[in-house]
Design a protein around this ligand. Structure first.
Ligand SMILES: Cc1cc2nc3c(=O)[nH]c(=O)nc-3n(C[C@H](O)[C@H](O)[C@H](O)COP(=O)(O)O)c2cc1C
Length: 245
């Protein structure tokens, strides 16, 4: 086997052994093999991490957009591949409740009769290791732009006619999610007075994502051109790390 890298500890450790003729059957061999393997796996994981952020604000320079941009920038600096999906630039039709997508059993997302950008968005999210779901509160819940996508998530549920409730198609949670919302309210009232985090949590569940962290940016409607506070920036940086853990 040529010494041009490899996966896991044995390949890299073995490579050292062949190159330098050392480390024969010793504890040190195991130790170095294990250590190099750990580093190699770590680097590999960092290289491969794909993050998809769904930006559900109407404003390209608002608090939500700035938050998503910060996470995106930081994740890229840490070696992740990041794709930001700006919902306002996508064509996502309203769900018509036909439930055609919920009739066929199986783990695969049901096929929607509507042909628009929802498929492309879902495909990107399915390939991601981590997702950021971000949208502001309008009228006590997530804004209409984001809720339009949320209704289309019914394709991730099996719900044949005659059964009372939908069942999620797959149980495994194979990715992490960071949930972000913002509103005029102070953040401590967000849970009481808005359904935003619950709705974002529902999105994460449909995508099979475990929640790595969430943050509600309160008092976000005071200025026409708002800026992230230092505290919010720090919080978002910490969330980026959690997403990439
Ligand atoms: C039509 C409308 C309804 C709103 N309803 C609420 C609300 O119910 N609760 C709240 O905290 N903020 C509300 N807001 C304030 C927005 O949530 C706030 O401006 C937004 O979080 C800023 O996000 P952005 O900067 O990304 O646009 C509302 C704003 C608008 C324009």
């Amino acid at each position: 086997m040529p010494c041009v890298g490899g996966y896991g500890n044995s390949a890299f450790g073995g490579c050292l052994q062949r190159r330098f003729g050392i480390l024969k059957n010793t504890g040190i061999k195991k130790l170095i093999g294990g250590f190099t393997g750990f580093i190699w796996n770590f680097v590999e994981t960092m290289e491969m991490k794909k993050i998809v952020a769904v930006m559900g604000s109407y404003r390209k320079n608002g608090i939500i957009a700035q938050s998503v941009n910060l996470i995106s920038r930081r994740a890229k600096e840490l070696g992740a591949e990041v794709k930001v999906i700006n919902l306002s630039e996508k064509r996502v039709e309203f769900c018509t409740n036909c439930r055609s997508c919920t009739q066929v059993p199986g783990e695969k997302r049901g096929e929607c009769v509507l042909k628009d950008d929802a498929d492309e968005i879902f495909n990107e999210i399915e390939k991601a290791h981590g997702i950021v779901l971000a949208a502001p509160v309008n009228c006590y819940n997530l804004n209409a732009l984001t809720r339009r996508l949320i209704e289309r998530l019914v394709a991730y549920y099996y719900w044949p006619w005659g059964s009372t409730a939908p069942k999620r198609r797959f149980k495994k949670r194979n990715k992490k999610a960071v949930l972000l919302s913002s509103g005029a309210l102070p953040s401590f009232l967000a849970g009481l007075m808005t359904g935003a985090m619950r709705a974002l949590g529902g999105m994460a569940e449909a995508f099979g994502a475990e929640i790595a962290g969430k943050y509600f940016i309160g008092l976000a409607a005071m200025k026409e051109k708002p800026h992230l506070s230092d505290k919010t920036e720090k919080k978002l940086e910490a969330l980026t790390l959690k997403l990439l853990e």
